[in-house]
Design a protein around this ligand. Structure first.
Ligand code: C5P
Length: 313
């Protein structure tokens, strides 16, 4: 641990812990059938990108959450918040009192298809583990987090990884280090993940959604080739048709990116963020400017990937 020992109790306990946690996109999102538990069986390739939330945790005599940034005034800070639920789940598991002051600085938009809520929960598990000295491994934290959000295990690990089950079973993909350049076109309003999955089921029931993506093997081999054009051909998201069906303007966002010279574009997770692949950082900057001036998104941000998962800073 690199944190200073806090003055709050004479230096016996570690004092403020700061965590940085990335957003995720899905390079491949194959959605299988609806399971009896209400989740869909997935084969996905997660990729952590450089858009970060930050969580600061310090000792307190209750559990309290404050925040600033994306979603301030919109996001409930009560017992329904994933941060509070993650802190309580860890405290229950470790049999320690759930006392902490947590402050969140959000840059990842709410309901954007970038797993911001799961990112914050992953950050909380790591922060409280350090603050409370519970000494759990990332795999143990992932197990505690998985029931709260399918993407939490991935956000504890980061990088590029295969996700199976409902997304919570994560295996890292070992690839030669390559940095990919992305532009995230962030929408003004979010989309509800369960609604997007339900829309996919409806489209499939009437035969108007494309067949499910096959295995992620093509994507994994494209990742090894380190060529954006090859990667572009292999990207795919079964939820895209459903997100566009619920939010037809996403087709305009995809077209604007293509007109502006993106290598390719696809909806991120359940949307409505649209992610574009660029060839290098200059190309990404130009694309972001073009998307902003086309007026098709609230904001366009460049982000590189892969990035590490939640980390103490
Ligand atoms: O686990 P997470 O919080 O991301 O799930 C939110 C919702 O998205 C679930 O309640 C479910 O409706 C849908 N979902 C799904 N299949 C998955 C993951 C999520 O149907 N594999």
């Amino acid at each position: 641990m690199t944190e200073a020992w806090g003055p709050e109790d004479g230096g016996r306990r570690p004092g403020p812990v700061r965590i940085r946690v990335p957003a995720k996109i899905n390079l491949h999102l194959g959605v299988g059938p609806l399971r009896p538990d209400g989740f869909h069986e997935l084969t996905t390739v997660y990729h952590a990108v450089g858009l970060f939330d930050e969580l600061r945790a310090s000792h307190g005599d209750t559990l309290a959450l404050t925040m600033e940034g994306e979603g301030q005034g919109e996001l409930a800070l009560d017992e329904t918040n994933l941060v509070i639920r993650a802190a309580r789940a860890l405290a229950a598991h470790a049999r320690v009192p759930a006392y902490a002051r947590l402050h969140l600085r959000k840059s990842i938009p709410l309901a954007g298809g970038l797993a911001g809520g799961s990112a914050d929960a992953a950050a909380t598990l790591l922060a409280c583990d350090a603050l409370w000295g519970t000494g759990l491994s990332r795999d143990e934290l992932a197990e505690i987090g998985a029931p709260l959000g399918s993407d939490i295990p991935f956000l504890l690990h980061g990088g590029t990884a295969l996700g199976t089950g409902r997304g919570e079973v994560v295996s890292p993909i070992l690839a030669r280090p390559t940095s990919w350049h992305w532009v995230l076109a962030i929408a003004g309003d979010g989309l509800s993940t369960p609604e997007v999955y339900r829309e996919l089921d409806r489209l499939r029931a009437r035969g108007s959604a494309p067949a499910a993506l096959d295995s992620a093997d093509g994507l994994m081999s494209a990742l090894r080739q380190r060529d954006p054009k090859v990667l572009a051909e292999a990207l795919g998201n079964d939820l895209q048709a459903a997100a566009v069906s619920l939010r037809p303007e996403l087709a305009d966002v995809l077209k604007a990116g293509s007109d502006a010279g993106a290598v390719t574009g696809l909806v991120s997770g359940s949307g409505p963020t649209v992610v574009f692949l660029a060839t290098d950082s200059g190309h990404a900057e130009r694309l972001a400017t073009a998307l902003t001036s086309a007026g098709v998104c609230r904001e366009a941000r460049t982000a590189r990937g892969p990035m590490p998962g939640a980390r103490i800073t």
